[in-house]
Design a protein around this ligand. Structure first.
Ligand code: COA
Length: 254
């Protein structure tokens, strides 16, 4: 268990809240594990009809905890493949329940890539989306190399995934991965409304239709594993280690 994640069932909706605001909700292995458990245990629970992932007010998540990356040294590919982060991604790929994301503030790295496994995404006007993998010496993860070009086209995906360009909320809506842009502080309320709408629909019809819309889970897990293999190799690279250290050194230099 971790105090950095709250899971609460509100009628038929399971609300998963990231709560590590002092670190911009950066995702630790414990948080990945708890998110994965919250998703997995909903799968065969007929009382849960919908999931919401939220970062609360003002931030979604700054992505992988870079301190975890640094302190893990140079982990083997097998260690990374067996990590809770990868388990979380597999849980997302196999998830059969509609999943809504409420993004109020920054969504970096995994904070953006996980949205492509969601069915409905709300963003506040101040939300920003970025995947700075390459500048960190890394490569895309989370099946983003498969799902992002599929949603927004190759060129826009390239500008985010390779060039590390940031999108604001309106650009993200235009690119197709945000449904609605709302005022700051309103994403969770709007997510709950969307969840109520989904829960009011015939459950079997929703499940079958959702399955038809999505890629087969095996396609996504295959890509997740390919990416993770390369990502793990890159974590051991001089480029990546230097980038992680530079992030934590930046304040001392200011
Ligand atoms: N991992 C670990 N700690 C992180 C973090 C991360 N991904 N992102 C932020 N933090 C920590 C900071 O070290 C800081 O901790 P401190 O107060 O103990 O020094 C705290 O969260 C607040 O971050 P700060 O950078 O001061 O906030 P900001 O508003 O100026 O900037 C971000 C917010 C998200 C833009 C910036 O923190 C950032 O770029 N983070 C790294 C994002 C990243 O590269 N993620 C990995 C993708 S694979």
């Amino acid at each position: 268990m971790t105090e950095h994640l709250i899971v609460a069932d509100e009628q038929a909706t399971r609300v998963i809240t990231l709560r590590r605001p002092e670190k911009k909700n950066a995702l630790t292995q414990g948080m990945y594990r708890a998110m994965s458990d919250a998703i997995d245990t909903a799968q065969n629970n007929p009382d849960i009809r919908c999931l919401i992932i939220t970062g609360g007010s003002g931030v979604f998540t700054a992505g992988n905890d870079l301190d975890d990356f640094l302190t893990s040294g140079r982990p083997s590919v097998d260690t990374v493949m067996a990590s809770n982060a990868v388990k979380f991604l597999h849980s997302l790929a196999h998830n059969v329940k509609p999943i809504i994301a409420a993004v109020d503030g920054v969504a970096v790295g995994m904070g953006t890539t996980m949205l492509f496994h969601c069915d409905y995404v709300l963003a506040s006007k101040t939300a920003t989306f970025s995947t700075p993998f390459v500048s960190l010496g890394l490569v895309p993860e989370g099946a983003s190399s498969l799902l992002m070009p599929r949603t927004m086209g190759h060129q826009r995906a390239f500008s985010m995934l390779v060039m590390g360009r940031t999108m604001d909320a309106d650009e993200a809506r235009e690119a197709g991965f945000v449904n609605v842009v709302v005022a700051p502080g309103h994403t969770e309320a709007e997510a709950r409304k969307a969840a109520r709408d989904i829960c009011a629909l015939p459950a079997e019809g929703v499940a079958i239709s959702r399955r038809l819309l999505r890629l087969p889970p095996e396609d996504m897990t295959r890509r997740i594993d390919q990416e993770t293999h390369l990502f793990a190799e890159r974590m051991r690279s001089k480029e990546a280690v230097a980038a992680f250290k530079a992030f934590f050194a930046r304040k001392k230099e200011e």
